[in-house]
Design a protein around this ligand. Structure first.
Ligand code: HEC
Length: 84
């Protein structure tokens, strides 16, 4: 993936995801997205939630904006602790 796209994704994470998960992703309307909070949750599960959302909760689907590769990349960053 191009580094300019990676910058866009990190920006989206702070701005759009941060609007619900907290400016520093420490939690808000949505749960925290820190590595420690996500510890033990399968990567596949996290990717599915981001792509398809949680219809009965406020979590929106992102599949119109992000492809599978981009979601996988973001989940890797979260599990690495980009939010910490
Ligand atoms: C409109 C508010 C909102 C936005 C915007 C939002 N989320 Fe969420 N998100 C939620 C809520 C609420 C939940 C909890 C859903 C539940 O209770 O099952 C959630 C759950 C999640 C989970 C599951 C966490 C866990 O511990 O199981 C992940 C991962 C996640 N969101 C990532 C993201 C990412 C990445 C973005 C941006 C691309 C994003 N969210 C944008 C509200 C939001």
């Amino acid at each position: 993936m191009e580094s300019s796209r990676q910058q866009e994704l990190l920006h989206l994470l702070r701005q759009d995801c941060g609007s619900c998960h907290g400016l520093r992703l420490l939690g808000g309307l949505g749960p925290p997205l820190t590595a420690s909070a996500l510890q033990g949750k399968p990567k596949e599960y996290l990717q599915q939630i981001i792509l398809h959302g949680v219809p009965e909760q406020a979590m929106p689907p992102w599949k119109g904006f992000l492809n599978q590769e981009e979601v996988g990349w973001l989940v890797d960053r979260l599990l690495e602790g980009v939010a910490e």
